[in-house]
Design a protein around this ligand. Structure first.
Ligand code: CP
Length: 304
């Protein structure tokens, strides 16, 4: 039987998500434990990362597990032509669980199909970033006290942003209302609108970053334009700084509003927002460590 993996956020149902968030709360209270003593986790990053890789690795270190892997595929035998299948088969000889980021959409699903150990998708192209969504949902719950019936305004690159795609699906169990703010070129793909329709989720689309879309929100989720996904850099230049959040734009926002961002940011949140108590993106990134501890233990079947 194939082990349980986390490839798409839809691999977890509502109760699974609630279980992970509860475990993450316990890890936030006490992140240093012996739960992974004698276990090895591999981190295979075929694409760059700061937060995801380091928070996974810190998560394992704080649970007394060991880490193997690479942060630059140029140092792996993939540069000699080794296939993804063979790489996964080899690494699963050494490790109890594999965390993988790869530029190809569907690569994590493929890895999970050939792997005898659990795979965690740490981002596959523009497709999915499920552990980002779990840490986002943990942070939303932490700041709002609920996940139910919230208005979430998502701004920026809704076409290529994998964190956005996973977030829409993850929140779908909790009756959200979405405002999708994107330039014409980076609009939310049709399949996510169909997903919302099918799940009776209300949404509006905007091309301007209007006060209306900010002032009605409980969560303002800013995103970076994903330069690495553009085949024509002239197209990137046209949209790269299309929306920039400045501090005064939050003046009439709701008291409970929190500004989130999966990070890294480029210019889409001006630094004058950082000291506003509504800015919560650095705390959000910290929550990644606790959420990833919860996911690793869940997939390895370790009681918390
Ligand atoms: N949010 C996120 O995935 O950040 P990194 O690319 O730094 O891992």
């Amino acid at each position: 039987m194939k082990p349980k993996s986390l490839v798409n956020i839809s691999d977890y149902g509502k109760e699974d998500i609630q279980r992970i968030l509860k475990s993450a709360t316990a890890f936030k209270a006490n992140p240093n434990r012996d739960l992974l003593q004698g276990r090895v986790v591999a981190t295979l990053f075929f694409e760059p990362s700061t937060r995801t890789r380091l928070s996974f690795e810190t998560a394992v270190n704080r649970l007394r597990g060991r880490i193997v892997g690479f942060s630059d595929a140029a140092t792996s035998s993939s540069t000699k032509g080794e296939s993804l299948k063979d790489t996964i088969k080899m690494v699963s000889n050494y490790a109890d669980l594999i965390v993988m980021r790869h530029h190809l959409e569907g690569s994590a699903r493929y890895a999970s199909e050939v792997s005898p150990v659990p795979i965690i998708n740490a981002g596959d192209g523009s497709n999915q970033h499920p552990t980002q969504t779990l840490l986002d949902m943990f942070t939303i719950y932490e700041t709002q006290g609920t996940l139910e019936n919230l208005t979430i305004t998502i701004v920026g690159d809704l076409k290529y942003g994998r964190a956005v795609h996973s977030l829409i699906q993850g929140l779908s169990y909790f009756s959200p209302t979405f405002n999708f703010v994107a330039p014409e070129e980076l609009r939310i793909p049709e399949k996510y609108k169909l997903f919302c329709d099918k799940n009776s989720i209300q949404y509006k689309e905007y091309t301007d970053f209007s006060p209306e879309s900010i002032n009605c929100a409980d969560i303002l989720y800013m995103t970076r334009v994903q330069k690495e996904r553009f085949t024509d850099l002239m197209e990137y230049e046209k949209v790269k700084n299309v929306y920039i959040l400045h501090n005064e734009m939050l003046n009439n926002s709701k008291n409970n509003l929190k500004v989130l961002h999966p990070l890294p940011r480029v210019k889409e949140i001006n630094q004058d927002v950082d000291d506003n108590p509504k800015a919560y993106y650095f705390q959000q990134a910290k929550n990644g460590m606790f959420t990833r501890q919860a996911v690793i233990c869940d997939l390895l079947g370790l009681p918390i």
